[in-house]
Design a protein around this ligand. Structure first.
Ligand code: URA
Length: 206
């Protein structure tokens, strides 16, 4: 039993990542963050999670609160989790880029390059058995990171498929999903996301 008042090794390592991101002055997003009194968003949830969800970058709500997926897309993510009897506290939710890009634009290749080593560290600390990517940016990043042969294929082809791979800490499954924000704009994608989430229950019982 871990005494809840005591930080675990994982807690300490994740806190250290947050501290380093606070000081990431070389980031092109640092000035925008400080000028707007925004928070960096590293992630939240169980540090022992079996499933890790990875989105793109914080939006305004997230940057104002320091919490991932807390706007409209986050509410849909909560619904998706509930549909398979999971809560946020059961999983870990993070992003590739940890600071908000202005006007919610797509993260740039430079930003992905600068922030992704922090995500890599988070993956190795939490050691999830399933990495569920949300949207094409995190999907492409994770496919390339693990040298998966599917790298370069479109999300319309790969969503809802289980891709097996190996990490430094053992075998895992990568599970690409559409980004919940995309489903807010295109109603039919919500149904697709719901169906894909159901497939996750089979993966979880493996
Ligand atoms: N979209 C993302 O990709 N991440 C968030 O945290 C919020 C919205």
């Amino acid at each position: 039993m871990v005494n809840k008042t005591q930080l675990t090794d994982r807690d300490k390592k994740l806190k250290d990542i947050l501290n380093r991101i606070w000081q990431l002055k070389e980031s092109p997003l640092y000035k925008y963050r400080t000028e707007n009194h925004y928070y960096p968003v590293i992630g939240e949830g169980s540090h022992e999670a079996r499933i890790m969800f990875i989105g793109e970058a914080p939006g305004e709500n997230e940057a104002r609160t320091g919490r991932p997926f807390c706007g409209a897309a986050g509410r849909l993510l909560d619904q998706l989790l509930e549909s398979i009897n999971l809560q946020r506290a059961d999983v870990y939710i993070s992003n590739i880029v940890k600071d908000r890009p202005p006007n919610n634009r797509d993260p740039s290749p430079e930003e992905i390059e600068l922030y992704s080593p922090f995500l890599d560290e988070q993956i190795n600390i939490i050691q999830p058995k399933i990495i569920a990517t949300l949207g094409r940016f995190s999907m492409q990043y994770v496919l390339e990171k693990f040298n998966l042969p599917e790298s370069g294929q479109t999300i319309s082809k790969l969503h809802g498929r289980v891709l097996k791979t190996k990490t430094v800490y053992g075998k895992i499954m990568v599970f690409p999903l559409y980004h919940p924000a995309a489903a807010l704009y295109t109603g039919s994608l919500k149904e697709t996301l719901m169906k894909d989430m159901q497939k996750l229950t089979n993966v979880l019982s493996e």
